[in-house]
Design a protein around this ligand. Structure first.
Ligand code: HEC
Ligand code: HEC
Ligand code: HEC
Ligand code: HEC
Ligand code: HEC
Ligand code: HEC
Ligand code: HEC
Ligand code: HEC
Ligand code: HEC
Length: 423
């Protein structure tokens, strides 16, 4: 047994020792960490002075920020004396603020960011604080609501970066998550029974465009709510907000009966049909199915919706048939580039028909559906005759070759018969 047994015994002893030492090692590491915070044994740098020697985490974050290097120091926000390693002396002086409360946070940032002479060299606007006061957040803070967003919630307190920096909390693709820490699945949302706007947004066509297609022009929270003046859009302003990007839809909407009707009934314009955060991708069947959300079944408005859809589908059918013929022609093969370009054009008309449908009038829409339909029909006509010609040619060739083969056969027969006779 001996060699193996001795080996096992050794392993057991080493393991027991390790188990004994583990908690000791842990204790040693935590006390080392504690002393790093309490005694001044960290790095002393120009930006952080001696504060950073006792507060290494804040120093590291601060020194990566946009602020460090712009003649800013820990004392610019916290006050105190950064030339001493004596804690009491460091944390004192007439301007020592200590920990910054949420209530004073915006004022401290504004002490520089609302100062034109200070910001002008950087070409930075100085309106953030004023806009903030007009926002739901600023108004809430003024009333003593400590849960609303303050400047450092969205920008960080030490790791403040420019919005152009992809690792910034305010970089376009990070904005939804920054707002979502509070407006998502949070205790705040649960306690106050608010909507989980963040997760609704994540499911939207807008979020898919931003995240999946990398379209940085797709709206984030601040495109619709404003950056520093974040407030809900007034219901009568929703069409303007959406219309910043969807100009044509807004134009048709305003030309139709819904603009006045919705204003009178205090309905949230575009959103009462599309929703606000979880906007779904386009789905043409809704031309008919969405009307009964507000209009009675069997009403003239529902009938109108069905007519709009039928008109649309009639045009779409013609394009489908044209596409099928193009596929056939491709198999021949025939040159089809020109037809494909025209089909593309027809799809653009169809798309514009959906946009024009916002005026809910068949006349407004039929201009586009008619054009789409006629392009589809023209392509079908031209291709049908081309394909027909080809079929005729094929039949002709078939007959021709059949005739040639039969003739060769007959000639051979006669030649063979002649040979037989000669023998
Ligand atoms: C000798 C070490 C030391 C120095 C130097 C030092 N601090 Fe501190 N600081 C501490 C300790 C210890 C605490 C207690 C809380 C903790 O562990 O974070 C503290 C707490 C703080 C707090 C939180 C106060 C609170 O009420 O919670 C702030 C803010 C702060 N320090 C900023 C500074 C700034 C700014 C400087 C430089 C001007 C500085 N400190 C210099 C050791 C130091
Ligand atoms: C642009 C302003 C600004 C600067 C510059 C700044 N801080 Fe702060 N600091 C804040 C704000 C705001 C808070 C409170 C919010 C928070 O806890 O994140 C804070 C919190 C702290 C705290 C308390 C952290 C806690 O968890 O309780 C410490 C310690 C601290 N800062 C140290 C420093 C040190 C050291 C520096 C320099 C390296 C520094 N700060 C530079 C704005 C600043
Ligand atoms: C002592 C003055 C001062 C204070 C206080 C201050 N900042 Fe700044 N901030 C600056 C300067 C200077 C810059 C550098 C501008 C630059 O380089 O673009 C800057 C840059 C920024 C930027 C980057 C702007 C950009 O696009 O480049 C943001 C964001 C910012 N600060 C937010 C804050 C926040 C949030 C607070 C409060 C927690 C704050 N600042 C407090 C002076 C200050
Ligand atoms: C609810 C989140 C939020 C709050 C609160 C907030 N900001 Fe911002 N801030 C942003 C976002 C997002 C951007 C980037 C804007 C963009 O993409 O145009 C930004 C941009 C900035 C910029 C750069 C401006 C520019 O045009 O380059 C500065 C400076 C700034 N904020 C300072 C502040 C100050 C000071 C406060 C407090 C008074 C504050 N912010 C409060 C979200 C916020
Ligand atoms: C620190 C948490 C926090 C963050 C981060 C935050 N918010 Fe808020 N927000 C709140 C709270 C709290 C309210 C008030 C909710 C209530 O009780 O009605 C609020 C209210 C709002 C409102 C409604 C305002 C009104 O007038 O009713 C809008 C819109 C809003 N936030 C948008 C945003 C956007 C956009 C962002 C990101 C750029 C953001 N919030 C980031 C906490 C936050
Ligand atoms: C496409 C535009 C759009 C986008 C993007 C958007 N919102 Fe909204 N939001 C709206 C509209 C419209 C309303 C409703 C305004 C009304 O009815 O008065 C609203 C309402 C809100 C409210 C108030 C909700 C309530 O129940 O009172 C909050 C909070 C909010 N949005 C936060 C966010 C956050 C956080 C994001 C990003 C994750 C976001 N929104 C993205 C358009 C948008
Ligand atoms: C900042 C610009 C912007 C704003 C503001 C905006 N959108 Fe969009 N919207 C887009 C982009 C970009 C797309 C995605 C296009 C794509 O990638 O297919 C889109 C897609 C859509 C689609 C789906 C279209 C399709 O073909 O599937 C609908 C519906 C829509 N938005 C409605 C709205 C409504 C309603 C509002 C206002 C509450 C709004 N949008 C605000 C830019 C915007
Ligand atoms: C009465 C309900 C209703 C209202 C109000 C409404 N829409 Fe639509 N919207 C529809 C229907 C129905 C469609 C066609 C079916 C589809 O594409 O999902 C559509 C399609 C769209 C599309 C995709 C098709 C296209 O045009 O590219 C966008 C984008 C859009 N709407 C934006 C808006 C905007 C912006 C507003 C406000 C100015 C608005 N809608 C108001 C019902 C409405
Ligand atoms: C979100 C609610 C809503 C939806 C969805 C909606 N409508 Fe309307 N519509 C109204 C309101 C409100 C009026 C004002 C008259 C009323 O109260 O019936 C109106 C009026 C009209 C009118 C003006 C003539 C009339 O009846 O007074 C037409 C036409 C119309 N709608 C067609 C449609 C069609 C077609 C659809 C489907 C594509 C549709 N609507 C979807 C709310 C809606």
């Amino acid at each position: 047994m001996s060699a193996l047994g001795k080996g096992m015994g050794m392993i057991r002893r080493v393991m027991a020792l390790a188990l004994l030492l583990l908690p000791l090692a842990f204790l040693a590491s935590t006390s080392a960490h504690a002393s790093a915070r309490k005694t001044a044994d960290g790095k002393v740098t120009r930006a952080s002075g001696r504060c950073g020697s006792c507060h290494p985490d804040e120093r590291v974050a601060f020194e990566k920020s946009r602020h460090a290097g712009e003649e800013m120091h820990c004392t610019s926000c916290h006050g105190g004396n950064d030339q001493t390693v004596d804690e009491a002396a460091a944390h004192s002086g007439p301007n020592w603020r200590g920990k910054i409360t949420r209530a004073e946070d915006p004022k401290i940032c504004a002490s520089c960011h609302s100062d034109e002479t200070r910001m002008q060299p950087y070409d930075l606007p100085v309106d953030q604080y004023d806009l903030y006061q007009t926002s739901g957040h600023g108004k809430g803070l003024a009333k003593g609501d400590g849960k609303v967003a303050v400047c450092s919630d969205c920008h960080g307190s030490h790791e403040v970066l420019s919005a152009h920096d992809p690792s910034s909390r305010t970089y376009v693709t990070n904005i939804p998550r920054t707002c979502g820490t509070c407006h998502g699945d949070s205790t705040l949302v649960r306690e106050r029974k608010l909507k989980d706007t963040y997760h609704e947004y994540l499911g939207s066509v807008h979020a898919k465009s931003l995240f999946d297609k990398g379209n940085l022009k797709a709206p984030t929270c601040v495109s619709c709510h404003g950056v520093h003046g974040a407030s809900p859009s007034d219901i009568r302003n929703v069409n303007k907000v959406c219309g910043r990007c969807h100009t044509a839809e807004r134009r048709y909407f305003q030309a139709g009966p819904h603009a006045a009707a919705m204003a009178a009934k205090q309905m949230a314009e575009c959103s009462s049909c599309h929703g606000d955060h979880g906007i779904a991708p386009s789905e043409t069947a809704r031309l008919a199915t969405s009307c009964v959300k507000c209009h009675a079944k069997g009403s003239k408005d529902e009938v109108l919706g069905a007519t709009l859809l039928a008109t649309y589908q009639a045009a779409e059918d013609e394009i489908r048939k044209a596409e099928a013929l193009v596929a056939k022609a491709d198999a021949v093969p025939l040159r089809t580039e020109d037809y494909k370009a025209r089909i593309e054009e027809a799809h653009t008309y169809l798309r514009e028909a959906l946009t024009a449908a916002h005026a809910v009038s068949p006349e407004g829409m039929s201009g586009y559906t008619e054009r789409a339909k006629s392009v589809g029909e023209e392509i079908q006509e031209e291709l049908k005759s081309k394909l027909q010609n080809i079929t005729v040619e094929k039949i002709f060739l078939l007959v021709f070759w059949f005739y040639v083969i039969v003739t060769i056969g007959i000639i051979r027969r006669f030649r063979d018969a002649d040979a037989e006779v000669v023998k």
